[in-house]
Design a protein around this ligand. Structure first.
Ligand code: GLN
Length: 247
């Protein structure tokens, strides 16, 4: 079995270890004998998201988002088509924001998003009021509910999210006080959790791999891996945040 991954704007959108998500996808596939090939897409490249099983886009500062958003808009039709084909997306922070209606930055500059979903993001005008720090979230995805941890750093406040990824247990999430974090559909996981997300929460990595395998091969059988260390590390962070650890 083979999964083809496309990493959008790898040289611009890679904050707080986001590239670790790619490493974990490769490693968790390799340990199960699944080939995982990773291509990158950079400004002006001629590659189609619809040719891939998983597409990943990390976070970036306003500056980087500004540099790439027009190029991203050029991919819109193919991305919409890839949704029909079942391509799976993992979007972190700045990447998550740009799949919505728009991102209005702290200086009042508005970047059009892909507009594929109803949510929109506006930066808080109070520069001291960014959402920064470790975060714990009760995630519900594909019928599984569990605790995830990450690190957030965003001025953007994302509103009008009808299907959040989870409930914020500590930290902020989509807005400073909405109580909800991220966005999830059948083929998109969007989140403010850097950290990076998948090394800290291998269960989400496996959900993503299963989703991709299911639509490509009609099976989502995955051999279990030993995540003792990852689970211990996550529990340390949950405790530090005053959240009941798991298992
Ligand atoms: N520039 C965006 C914000 O501050 C995204 C930041 C990020 O990706 N961490 O909201």
């Amino acid at each position: 079995m083979e999964l083809k991954v496309l990493w959008l704007f790898d040289n611009l959108m890679d904050l707080y270890g986001d590239r670790g998500n790619i490493q974990v996808l490769k490693e968790r596939c390799a340990r199960r004998g699944i080939e995982c090939t990773v291509d990158t897409y950079r400004l002006g490249d001629d590659k189609k998201c619809s040719d891939y099983d998983i597409v990943f886009m990390g976070g970036g500062a306003d500056h980087e988002q500004n540099l790439l958003y027009e190029d991203l808009l050029g991919l819109k039709d193919d991305i919409a088509y890839s949704f029909e084909k079942g391509t799976q997306y993992l979007l972190i922070c700045g990447g998550y924001q740009l799949f919505g209606q728009y991102y209005l930055d702290q200086d009042g500059i508005r970047l059009d998003g892909l507009g594929l979903y109803d949510y929109y993001t506006e930066a808080t005008t109070d520069r001291n009021n960014r959402c920064i720090g470790n975060i714990a979230v009760e995630v519900t995805i594909d019928g599984e509910t569990f605790k995830a941890v990450g690190f957030e750093n965003h001025g953007g406040q994302t509103r009008n999210v009808d299907t959040p990824l989870g409930r914020t247990l500590s930290g902020h999430g989509n807005t400073a006080d909405s109580g909800y974090e991220g966005f999830v559909t059948d083929n998109v996981i969007g989140t403010y959790m850097h950290g990076p997300l998948l090394p800290k929460n291998p269960r989400i990595a496996d959900i993503l791999i299963k989703r991709a395998l299911r639509r490509k091969y009609g099976t989502d059988e995955l051999a279990p891996l030993d995540d003792t260390l990852e689970n211990k590390a996550r529990n340390v962070m949950l405790k530090r945040l005053g959240v009941q650890p798991e298992g």
